[in-house]
Design a protein around this ligand. Structure first.
Ligand SMILES: Nc1ncnc2c1ncn2[C@@H]1O[C@H](COP(=O)(O)OP(=O)(O)OP(=O)(O)O)[C@@H](O)[C@H]1O
Ligand SMILES: [Mg+2]
Length: 250
């Protein structure tokens, strides 16, 4: 996926314009692991929605496999999103009335052919992959936060997406659980050859990626994590969450 000069501007009720993103250039290839760190309000979710084909830029281009996303019909875009992009959210976003297995099966209901017919088998294998093969019938309220996020990772990966977008995937987890979940996400993305973009406040989470960016007031630039660590207000201890100076609590 390639973003060229992407901007997102909104008009506020008083007629004033707000530039949420400006001049964002980013190219992400198969197997890439990229982190984007930025403080609250810097435009992270707005950028993720554009990468996930959920929102369109007001200027610039978004290209997927060289095709400009703007050229696709809404229906085609939905198909591409469902097939090629997996989402992992801070709050897991599992369906509460459904079992773990039913949650993982859900994306395959929209798949075609063998993926549809073999959906229970594929979902079961994916649940096993995330270490929950013995909990297929558990509903989310019977699972810990880390287990719920593992179900969400299984759901995000079950259709074999080529791009995984994670928005604060460890934000609702304790440090150790978060580290284990991140390691799992990293591993499954690597195994499948998918690109992984992780958006986070947490420099330790960002450090798992191979390429690092910083989003500051809607401007994306390559980041040097070593500098970010030394500039952070907290002394980084092993596994401790480190927030960028001035960051608000998530
Ligand atoms: N549709 C909109 N209309 C007006 N303002 C918006 C809209 N969408 C986002 N914003 C503003 O744009 C800025 C960036 O929002 P965004 O949600 O992308 O931030 P973020 O980096 O994800 O923050 P957080 O870390 O708190 O989730 C914020 O100041 C937000 O209030
Ligand atoms: Mg956000």
């Amino acid at each position: 996926m390639r973003l060229e000069g992407v901007a997102r501007r909104v008009e506020l009720p008083d007629g004033e314009r707000l530039d949420i993103l400006t001049g964002v250039d980013l190219a992400v290839h198969a197997g890439d692991h990229v982190s984007i760190v930025g403080r609250s309000g810097s435009g992270k979710t707005t950028l993720l929605n554009i990468l996930g084909l959920l929102d369109e830029p007001t200027a610039g281009r978004v290209l997927l496999d060289g095709t400009e996303v703007r050229q696709l019909s809404g229906r085609r875009r939905d198909t591409v999103r469902g097939r090629d992009i997996g989402f992992v959210f801070q709050q897991f976003n599992l369906l509460s009335g459904r079992t773990a297995l039913e949650n993982v099966v859900m994306p395959l209901m929209y798949a075609q052919g063998g993926s549809f017919w073999r959906r229970r088998q594929l979902a079961t294998a994916m649940l096993e992959r995330v270490g929950l093969g013995d909990r297929p019938d558990s509903r989310p309220d019977r699972l810990s936060g880390g287990e719920q996020q593992r179900v969400a990772i299984a759901r995000a990966l079950v259709r074999g997406p080529r791009l995984i977008l994670a928005d604060e995937p460890t934000g609702a987890l304790d440090i150790e659980t978060g580290a284990a979940v991140m390691a799992l996400l990293d591993d499954v993305a690597t195994e499948s050859g998918a690109a992984l973009i992780t958006i986070t406040h947490d420099l330790h989470v960002a450090a798992r990626a191979r390429r690092h960016y910083r989003l500051d007031q809607g401007v994306l630039s390559p980041a040097d994590l070593a500098v970010a660590f030394s500039a952070s207000t907290l002394v980084p201890e092993a596994g401790a969450p480190v927030r960028i100076t001035g960051d608000e609590a998530p």
